[in-house]
Design a protein around this ligand. Sequence first.
Ligand code: C2E
Ligand code: CA
Ligand code: CA
Length: 511
Amino acid sequence: MRNHSSIDRFIRSLNSVFNSPSALAFIPALSLGAFWIGGERALVSIALGLPLAITGLGAFSSKQTRPRLGRSVGLLSNDDFASALNEVFAETCRKGEDSACFAVVLDDYTQLLDLHGQAAANHVAQQFCARVMSMIRTNDCATRVGGNKMMVVLRPAGQLDLEACIQMSGRMQSAVEEPIMLNGTGVYMSCSIGFCLSGSFPDGSAMDWRDAANNALLEAQQNGPSTIRAFSSETRRRAQVRSNLRKEFETALDSGEIRPWFQPQISTDTGRVTGFEALARWEHPKKGVLGPNVFLPFAEHADLMGRLGQTMRHYAFSAMRDWDQAELYVPRIGINFSSDELRDPGLIDRLKWELDQFDLTPDRLAVEVLETVFSRRPDDVITRNVTGLATMGCCIDLDDFGTGHASIASIKRFNVSRIKIDRSFVAKADQDPSQQQLASAILTMAERLNLETLAEGVETPGEHALMAQLGCDHVQGFGISKPMPVEKTRDWIMSYRSKLNRVPKIGRETG
Ligand code: C2E
Ligand code: CA
Ligand code: CA
């Protein structure tokens, strides 16, 4: 072992001498000297032999060392970066010098994907990587993680401090902020950076060091685009809080604390219940019932929307089966799908399986998709999923209609069957003529396009009556009922039915 390593060391030192640029300067001198001492034959041997020897040593040596920290000419693979990080970490500890690990992410990548598509996003991400690379020294190491993130580790240096790291981050940001050409026009991107100085992370392993940089990045991202954050003891504390919250959220999903509450939708024509919308609630043992505005942003950030969606569908489909068994005929259940879920290539197969489990046909499901998801340029997976769900027989509901910019072409392309007019157009429409005008214009457009309509957030009998008169097909809102847990739905349906039979109907005929 010892012999091997001393040979290795000798080869490495020879290699470093011969591979250095200064070695090249000696080749003419050596050749001249050889000619002077040994004549033409010596000249030819040195002039041809020396380059061959250098190449041979280089090749031999490159097989021995992996990855070659001193010669980083491009991005390392994730595995090589992990080894490099380990080496830098060990070297830093050994020498007592400072180094730093950076996590750099291109901001607004999802929007870029939605607006310009995958190929354009790839091109921009490549430019991003090249620009970050151009800001680090050749012996520093970097790797690309996922579509839009890079990890960088700097080699130990005597005077690397917080100020130097902030300056380095600023230089990376400036490089990334230069316009990137895309189809002849410049797009302006920015990046967020989290870093961890070896000095501010005295314990743990190289992987903990990388995680610390990632946690600093998370804090940078939470503070808006183009932000820089350094790891500190506070970062560690907040990371712990986040990790506890994640565990708590996952346990709540498993234990049934997070489940749908149901809000009825009724026909303005017949007055009958035409469906329920499933809305997520967290029945927190200490904090009471929490609405989605409290936990959806966290779930999105923690990549838990897929799991939330599966849980919601499980409870919603099981409620449908119970209603069917109790002969409470509820035609449809509306479920909200996040853009994350709609980007899942396995969504259709999973949904088919889930519906089968509960013996439900696809027409019993209304897939609620936000208008903002439609109005962006959808990537291929979203288009395939939404049109696939429509072909399967699901109803596609365009949610919060009027707040986004869905084109008529996209409404047709996605096979939308119903638009849900946003609450902002419904509120006080019976008293405010300009509100009424807007609601009426939307309903006329829907009628021409042969789309069903539902007015959201109907709170008063006046709004209900106006929507019916204007020809809106369905209404939903606190005026009919607030969302309720599944146990209460049966009683609500029964009492609503008996009320419906007793009072004169508010329907289109009333107008
Ligand atoms: P949304 O899909 O537009 O759902 C309607 C929201 O309006 C619900 O709020 C509902 O409680 C509220 N609402 C209904 N009628 C009235 C009314 O008459 N007046 C007023 N002021 N509000 C009314 P909620 O439950 O807080 O949900 C907020 C949003 O969270 C939903 O908006 C939906 O976008 C999202 N969301 C809820 N559950 C899920 C879920 O399981 N998955 C996903 N991806 N998103 C969900
Ligand atoms: Ca909805
Ligand atoms: Ca809505």
